[in-house]
Design a protein around this ligand. Structure first.
Ligand code: ADP
Ligand code: MG
Length: 616
C-alpha cells in the first residue's frame, strides 16, 4: 500500500493536478448539498427573506437562545458574499447558482478522473516495461522454474489491476475522503445534535459493511485463482492442440475445462450473491439511520430550533454521504487487491538474474575459438550432479562431437559455454580467457546455437534468418539460406523471403524449420558454433545435402555437434563420449572404434550392424 502510494507520488505533475481537481470536486459537492437549505427556505418562503436580512448584522441574538433561527450563520454565507448576492436575491439567483455548481462539479470531476487515470497508466506502463525487461534479463534457470501462464498473468492481469487501483481507486480514496470532510463539516454546522445522532448510529452500519467486504475479498481472491487455472488450461490445450487431437482427448480436455469453468461460475455466483446482498442491506441500514434522523430532526424543527431547509439539507447530506462511504469501501477493496498484485509483480522484480557481468568484466575480444574445460562440475539442483569433472581442450576450428545416451548431460555441457548456466566448479576458458570474467553479451555474440527445439518468431522468413543482426543485405541472407538448403523451399512460399511465419512456424515442416535455424546460425557467422541435435529432425536426404554444406562451414570455426546419428560425426576431429555427466571416452572415430569394449563401439555396432566385422 505504501509502495503503491510512493509510486503514485512519483508522477508529481499529474498527481498535483488530480489533487487540485479533487479539492474542486469536494468543494462543489459540499456547496451542492448546502443549496438544499436555501432552496427550501427561500423558495417556499419557510423563512421570510426580509426578516433574515434584518437580523444578519446581529448574529449574537440568535446565539443567545432566540427561538427564531433565521439569523443563524449559514455555511454558504461567504459564498453569497463572494458572489455579491444580497439575501433577498438568493431565491432568484438559485437556478443560476445550481447550473454553475453542477458545471463546476462536472469540470473538476473530469479533471480529477482523467489525471488520476493518466497517473495509473503511466505507472503501469513503466511497471510493465520494467517487468518485461527484467524477465528478458533473467537466466535460463529462471525460465526452467517459471511457467508461461504465470508470467503472462503477472504481466497482464496483475499489472492491469494495479492500474485500476491507481487510476480509479486511489482517486476515489482521496476524492471521497475530501468530500466526506466537506459533508461532515456541513452536517455539524447545520445542526449539532442531529449530527450526533448520525455519529452514534453510523458505526452500527460500518460493522456489517466490513464483514461484507471481507467476504468479498476472500471470494474475490478465490475467483482469481480459478481464473488462472482456466487460463493455464487454455494455454496448454491451444499450444498442445496437436497432441490433444492426436490422442483424441478433446472430450477429456473439454470436461476438464467445464469442471473448472463450473467452479469459476460457482465462485462468481457467490460473489454476486454477496455483492447484491450488501447493497440493499446497507441501504436498509441507511433508511434506519434516516428514520432516526427524521425523528430527531422533526422534533427540532417543530421546536423551531432549526428551519425546514436546514432539515432538508441535513437529510440531503446524509444521503449524499452514502456514495462516498460506498466508494471508499470499494476503493479500499480494489487497492487491497492491487497490493496483492503489486507483491506478485515485485516477487518477479526482486529475482536477481543469476548470471550477471562481474564488476569490471571486460568484453571478450574477437576470439580464435580454443575452448578448454578444466574439471568442470555442474548441477541444476544441489546434490544432484549433472556434470562431474569434465575436462577437454578443443583447438580453434576443430569439430567436436558429443555422443551419449539421452540424459547423459550433453546439452547441459554445451550450455555452459554460452553461460546459459554458470559452471558450478572448475573453469571454462576461451582462448585462455575465463568466460566468467567477460561480459555475457560479448561472449554470446560470438556463439551460434541451433537446438532441436526450433524457435521462430512471428515475423518474415527474412527477419527470422537475420534475427539479432541489423541491416543485413538480402544477398547474404540468401547465401546462408542456400548453404542451409532452405533457399528452394523459401522461394516456393507465397511471398518468398517476405512470407510471414506464425509464432511457432506453423506453415513450415519441422525439417524446414530446422534448416531455417541453421541458416540463422550461419548468417551470424560465429567463431563458435553449437549444433545440439540440429539435424535430428531431417530426413536422410536433406541431412546428406546439409552435411556437405556443413562440412564446408565447419572448417572456419570451432564447432560442437551433438547428434544421435553417428554418420554425421565420423569426420569430427574429436569425439567425446558422455555418460552420466562424465566424459568416459575421447578420441577420433577410428581411435574409439578400436576399443572393443568401449561405449562408442557399442553404439556404433548398434547403428551399423553390417560394419561390425570391420571395426576390430
Ligand atoms: P542430454 O542433452 O545428454 O540428453 P541433458 O543435458 O539435457 O542431457 O540433461 C542431463 C540431466 O540433467 C538429465 O538428467 C536431465 O533430467 C537434467 N536436466 C536437464 N535440464 C534440466 C533443467 N533445466 N533443470 C533440472 N534438471 C535438468
Ligand atoms: Mg540434449
Amino acid at each position: 500500500m505504501f509502495d503503491l502510494l510512493k509510486l503514485t507520488l512519483r508522477e508529481k505533475k499529474w498527481v498535483t493536478l488530480a489533487l487540485l481537481a479533487t479539492l474542486g470536486v469536494a468543494f462543489f459537492t459540499t456547496v451542492f448539498v448546502n443549496l438544499v437549505q436555501p432552496v427550501i427556505d427561500e423558495m417556499f418562503g419557510a423563512a421570510p427573506a426580509v426578516k433574515i436580512e434584518a437580523r444578519t448584522d446581529s448574529p449574537a441574538q440568535s446565539a443567545s437562545g432566540d427561538i427564531r433561527t433565521e439569523a443563524k450563520t449559514r455555511i454558504l454565507d461567504p459564498l453569497w458574499k463572494l458572489l455579491k448576492i444580497e439575501k433577498q436575491d438568493i431565491a432568484q439567483s438559485l437556478p443560476w447558482v445550481i447550473v454553475a455548481v453542477f458545471f463546476g462539479k462536472g469540470l473538476f470531476t473530469f479533471l480529477s478522473s482523467f489525471s488520476m487515470k493518466a497517473v495509473g497508466n503511466r505507472i503501469v506502463k513503466r511497471m510493465r516495461d520494467d517487468l518485461y525487461a527484467h524477465i528478458l534479463r533473467q537466466s535460463s534457470g529462471f525460465f526452467d522454474r517459471a511457467t508461461t501462464g504465470d508470467l503472462m498473468s503477472r504481466l497482464t492481469n496483475d499489472v492491469d489491476r494495479i492500474q485500476q487501483a491507481v487510476g480509479t481507486a486511489m482517486s476515489d480514496l482521496i476524492e471521497e475522503s475530501m468530500i466526506m470532510v466537506g459533508l461532515l463539516v456541513s452536517v455539524f454546522l447545520i445542526d449539532w445534535s442531529s449530527a450526533m445522532v448520525v455519529f452514534v448510529i453510523t458505526p452500527l452500519a460500518v460493522v456489517p459493511m466490513i464483514a461484507f467486504s471481507r467476504q468479498l475479498k476472500k471470494q474475490g481472491r478465490k475467483s482469481q485463482e480459478r481464473m488462472s487455472e482456466i487460463y493455464n488450461l487454455i494455454h496448454e490445450t491451444v499450444s498442445g492442440n496437436r497432441i490433444v487431437k492426436a490422442f483424441t482427448m478433446e472430450g477429456f480436455e473439454l470436461r476438464k475445462f467445464l469442471k473448472k469453468s463450473w467452479r469459476y461460475y460457482r465462485i462468481n455466483l457467490k460473489l454476486a450473491w454477496i455483492s447484491s446482498l450488501s447493497s440493499p442491506f446497507m441501504e436498509f441500514l441507511g433508511g434506519a439511520v434516516a428514520a432516526a434522523v427524521l425523528y430527531v430532526g422533526s422534533q427540532r424543527v417543530s421546536k423551531g430550533l432549526i428551519s425546514p431547509g436546514d432539515f432538508g439539507a441535513f437529510l440531503a447530506v446524509i444521503f449524499v454521504m452514502f456514495t462516498p462511504i460506498k466508494r471508499l469501501n470499494r476503493a479500499y477493496n480494489t487497492v487491497y487487491q492491487a497490493v496483492a498484485c503489486y507483491d506478485r509483480v515485485q516477487d518477479v522484480l526482486k529475482v536477481i538474474p543469476e548470471i550477471q557481468d562481474r564488476p569490471g568484466a571486460a568484453p571478450l575480444p574477437a576470439i580464435e575459438g580454443r575452448v578448454t574445460f578444466d574439471r568442470v562440475g555442474f548441477s541444476y539442483v544441489p546434490d544432484r550432479p549433472v556434470l562431474t569433472d569434465v575436462s577437454f581442450e578443443v583447438q580453434p576450428r576443430q569439430t567436436v562431437a558429443l555422443v551419449g545416451l539421452s540424459g547423459a548431460g550433453k546439452t547441459t555441457l554445451v550450455s555452459l559455454i554460452g553461460r546459459f548456466y554458470e559452471a558450478g566448479s572448475g573453469t571454462i576458458t576461451i582462448d585462455g580467457i575465463n568466460i566468467r570474467n567477460v561480459t555475457v553479451h560479448s561472449l554470446r555474440s560470438q556463439i551460434g546455437l541451433v537446438t532441436q527445439e526450433i524457435v521462430l518468431f512471428n515475423d518474415s522468413v527474412r527477419a527470422n534468418i537475420a534475427y539479432g543482426l541489423d541491416d543485413v543485405p538480402l544477398e547474404r541472407i540468401v547465401e546462408s539460406a542456400r548453404a542451409a538448403e532452405c533457399h528452394d523451399f523459401i522461394c516456393e512460399l507465397p511471398h518468398g523471403y517476405d512470407t510471414l511465419i506464425g509464432e511457432r512456424g506453423g506453415i513450415l515442416s519441422v525439417g524446414q524449420r530446422q534448416r531455417l535455424a541453421l541458416a540463422r546460425a550461419l548468417l551470424k557467422d560465429p567463431p563458435i558454433l553449437i549444433l545440439d541435435e540440429a539435424t535430428s529432425s531431417l530426413d536422410s536426404e536433406s541431412e546428406r545435402l546439409i552435411q556437405q554444406a556443413l562440412n564446408r562451414i565447419l572448417k572456419n570455426r570451432t564447432t560442437f555437434i551433438i547428434a544421435h546419428r553417428l554418420s554425421t560425426i565420423r569426420s569430427a576431429d574429436m569425439i567425446l563420449v558422455v555418460d552420466a555427466g562424465r566424459i568416459v571416452e575421447s578420441g577420433t572415430h577410428d581411435e574409439l572404434l578400436r576399443r572393443t569394449r568401449g561405449i562408442y563401439r557399442k553404439l556404433h555396432d548398434l547403428q551399423f550392424p553390417e560394419e561390425q566385422e570391420n571395426g576390430g
